[in-house]
Design a protein around this ligand. Sequence first.
Ligand code: GDP
Length: 611
Amino acid sequence: MQRYGGRRKGKRTSRTSESSGYPRPIDSEPASKELELPKTLTVKQLADQMNSDPIDVIKELIRNGVMANINQVIDFDTASTVATELGFTITAMADTEEAFAAYSQLDMADDDPSKQVARPPVVTIMGHVDHGKTTLLDAIRESKITEGEVGGITQHIGAYQIEYKGQKITFLDTPGHEAFTAMRARGAKATDIAVLVVAADDGVMPQTIEAMDHAIAAGVPIIVAINKMDMPDADPDRVKRQLVERGLVIEEWGGEVIAVQISAKTRQGIEELLENILVVAEVAELKADPDRPATGVIVEAQMDKSKGPLATVLVQTGTLRVGQTVVVGNSWGRIRALIGESGQRVTAADPSTPVEILGLGHLPQAGDSLWTVPNEKIAKDLIQERQRRLDTERQVLTTTTLEDASARISAGEITDLNLIVKTDLQGSIDAVRGTLEKLSTDIVKVNIIHSGTGTINESDVLLAGTSKAIIIGFNTRVEPGARRMADTDKIDIRVYDIIYRLAEDVQTALEGLLKPVQQEVVEGHTEVRAIFPIGRRIKIAGTYVTDGRISRNAIARVLRNGQLLHQGTISSLKHFKDDVREMATGFECGVAIDGFNDFQIGDVIETVRIE
Ligand code: GDP
């Protein structure tokens, strides 16, 4: 199923305005006498915008008591008075930075808490291939489709909503953790709850573990659905044991993870699963403000020959309405129509509702975010500003190598070294894990976010990218697709065949990380008892070392009555006439300090070194 994911090459809409660099919305309106004005502009600029003769504008200004020449700057109020009289309708142009500040923050965090109301949970189904994800999605949809839609259950878009006990639940119909992490890689967090499907007859398999680790890395709560309970060789206890071995302890065994035994085929346990989804959703207190401008995330997109780009969006906050201007990824458009999951036209979609939109200028990608904006101008500014920020971010992000991690930990930026470990055999996973985990210290923690057997695949690279992890392979190889992706995304993959070398590399990195923080250590104090001028400029302090020692290459501080007067390097240290490297307690020495000549008897010179 290649439904999920990227742009299809060569099928971009032809409705792109190449000259402006921006896509035009399909229904862009004919030029009207509307005028958007900035805070200030010159008389000439105003005339140009109105397609008028500057002389007419100047005349109109004079009529309004403003004497202005063609290059004079006028303010918004003045400009709009004149333009209104010349038959224009005026709107204020938002300042780019202001617009960006206002609209870049459009995420859930900005909801006014007092306006938030409960929203349905959004669920993704994950698990090993053939364990029953698709069958489960179908079973849930067919059994619990929203009231009034029974009979018309041909699903139209890549997500659906059901109603159970009067409460809605949204399911994303892009099963699998790759889709989930690919969306995360694009900055989208669409999923509230992950249902991990494990076939009771087959048990925990490599992709089960991948899915689990991907959900954990994203901080998404997991509900385990032990499927195929109708099979004669179903062994749910074995599944539970295998999960516990992987650190996922289910409730029944004292942990926190709910496990439900189901059969997607006979529909046994589906109600219990839904019940538990609602329980987990309630704990998560999922809320959004339906009254604010909508934001959402693209779940899937495809090009339709007659309708243009079609995108399924999951509304995350606010309410999306027909006619609104939206920014999606790097393009914008005006919503011509909204289509519900059964193909029906709708006028609005509130939080957690999946809906298909018509009217985008470009085909977006799954994981792109969607924002509603007040007008076309802001949409364009926003796209430009976002692109600029993305470019900068990308430069910062391209640093997931062991060396960079090392440098960043030593700079105190990170305290965890995230690793993904892939090995040839299950037995070697344990050996490698054990070796690596032992390298953790109080300061830096080796954090194995995922380990498994087999080749290093694209899913590993995706996870490494979103979790800033380094991939360590032992006696395994890198799949060509994964290698290409790692090269593009600058993900570090290190493959070893000797465990000692592997440990040594990580250890070295950690030692780099463990470079001690620089700190000052006081070496000693020496008291000024006499002052000897040398020539006109330089003075030497004749001192007596009262404690510790004074060394030639230390940093010296001159203290008077406990106050710091000067800090500098020692330019000369002598015992009588001899230059010395250091002087111990109870000895006399002559000290000269670079850039300081105002010694007084009784000053104390303190020496420190940096460790
Ligand atoms: P997916 O790859 O995880 O999406 O798995 P599918 O949903 O395509 O299911 C794989 C196979 O397992 C299909 O032949 C399904 O009919 C079968 N299957 C799924 N759920 C069950 C179940 O609960 N019991 C039995 N006996 N077979 C199931």
